[in-house]
Design a protein around this ligand. Sequence first.
Ligand code: ADP
Ligand code: MG
Length: 730
Amino acid sequence: MGSRSEVTQLIEAMKIEKVVIPTQVSSYFGKNTFSEITMQKMVSQKTFKAFKAWQEDGVIITKDQADEIAHSMKEWAISHGATSYTHWFQPMTGLTAEKHDSFITISNTGSVIEKFSGNKLIQGEPDASSFPSGGIRATFEARGYTAWDPSSPAFITEVDNGKTLCIPTIFISYTGDALDKKLPLLRSESALSKAAVELLKLFEYDTRFVASTSGAEQEYFLIDEAYYRMRPDLLLTGRTLIGASSPKGQQLEDQYFGSIKERVLHYMHDVAVEAYNLGIPLTTKHNEVAPHQYEFAPIFEQSNLAADHNQLLMNIMKTIAHRHGLVCLLHEKPFAGVNGSGKHLNWSICDDKGNNLLNPGETPETNLIFLTVLCSVIYALYNNADLLRASVASAGNEHRLGANEAPPAIISVYLGEQLSKVISMIENGKIVEAKKQDLIDLGVKLLPKFIRDTTDRNRTSPFAFTGQKFEFRALGSAMNISTPIAVLNTIVADAFLIVTERIKEEHKTNSNFNSAVLKALSGVIKESRSVLFEGNNYSDEWVKEAQKRGLPNIASTPDALKAFVSPKAIDLFERHGVLTNVELKARYNIWLELYEKVIDIEARTLKEIVNTQILPAAYEYQSSVASGLDTLIDLSKNGAVKFSADIIEDRKEAFTTISEHIYYVRKNMKELENILNRSESMGLETKTAFFFSDLKPHMEHIRRHVDALENIMPDSIWHLPKYREMLFIS
Ligand code: ADP
Ligand code: MG
């Protein structure tokens, strides 16, 4: 690896390989997945039926049927060149985990044969001890099991050393506790379905189940790998801990440049092909606000699948970037002063035929259902804003929430002008009469107009109704979407139960069902009114207003996470069978620990870079300024050259400036070390709170002075690639 300037030259000379644009996507979409269609062709009709019954109604298949499916899956995988298989799961940290096994077994005659049994398909036993359990698993009982999730199709991935059949699984402890992010999501789907079916029964709306649907818009940055390798902070923490902003930032909104544009397009193209092979329905969006920031958006799917696909997509994005000499940064805030990356979770609910329940209908009946579902979601948000905030709490996302670029840490709901009017009318009892025409007008006249109108979309709201789905915008780019979905599903399930009860209650005294519903909804809206906000969520006025309304505004991750272990939350998750008390506490611990580790690594990385790269260069510059000053003084003393005393004063000022920055860097660094030392004996809760209140501000102080140094020191002795290079060189 050469110096910064050598690397820059190397990058500029880089040649781009031309890629061939492939044929129609439909001709290869899902080619690397063991789809239902493939399975149906390969197993008996009876087995396939049993499989579907398992998927839809939870009736577990027999051992013989499992064997038959496993066999066909193996045959299919081998015919596609796979040599091994893995149970693919989503542990509590990191992206995804795998444990590879080969298909081969030794036969009775001693020869090697490829075999894959139903047992191996359905259950696996990875070495669980290396994954966090938050204390659920005592060390003497490190066993954890993976269990096949039949709702997500198996797929083949290719790495350098061959192809692997990946089987989506859940990860549980010996005692059946959830050790992953997927099981709670699946459980929350059941809870949502159960509650929704009850509610819909009141409307004589027949559906066997409901499911939530999700589409996660994924933001990311791309930078050249050569620069990445020269930045220990990016390598170790995923973000730049120091770095002066570029004179040119995102002001001009013109982040497209010649060759980088082409490289990025090729990259996006390759990601899309790989995603299509795996059955991920991607539509690409090209650029975002910040330089070198982009977005991938999928077509929405049932949440479980959408969550798996988003995890897979993040893996693909990272892997393919390397092939292009790029690095895909998924960190929420890789660069200070430049917009960070989030993930918009588009979420809705559909019935067993795929009808969207958040779509206003054309008849009074369907409109009433739409309004009831809508009001239930509003109520859920009002009642559990703290949980939703907690579901997006992470060290990385902490840089975004409330930082004037992402929705604030205050959870509120945006409905848009028309729908707000409708909601107010219901609230004030103006349409409680519920004449048929009123209800039709609500749907046909008002709402479709709202859907078409995209101009009044409020981009600052953390939770916005956007036509026929809600868009939860507070997720961080690196996050697994399972937890926010599981929380959303659970709180909405709970709201459904409450609204169901209220409608029943109202109907006892009000024989007109429609009026009874509207009356109940009026109460629900009155109660949850404070969570509705149509204005600018980034403004200071909103922060004050929200405080008046009593809405929580929690900036710190450790504080936000506490919501998961409140008695109210434990009761909620237990009642809906989504997470037990033990599982919640375990999760809380794991997330706190994760926060602690991330901040600790960042602080130590900062310390190392500053001590070994920044300060040595700064001393060098400081001496050269000092000796320049000496020379000036000598010259002036011996009278060889005549110049004004101001010139000496000016040089002294330069020396003072650099010396002061060095002094403050060191002063804060000593304090940072002191904080780290003091924190060592602290318990997890105290320590993480201390990190937020003391360690992080000190890191910021250090950064400020280092960045000031970067702006005055010679380019030639500054070793770290600069923002203007990483973000602007084409
Ligand atoms: P926007 O302009 O609000 O970003 P788009 O129409 O581009 O809206 O959709 C954004 C995302 O929302 C896409 O991923 C899309 O698939 C998803 N989406 C649309 N409808 C639904 C739905 N009913 N449930 C979940 N996600 C949805
Ligand atoms: Mg969007």
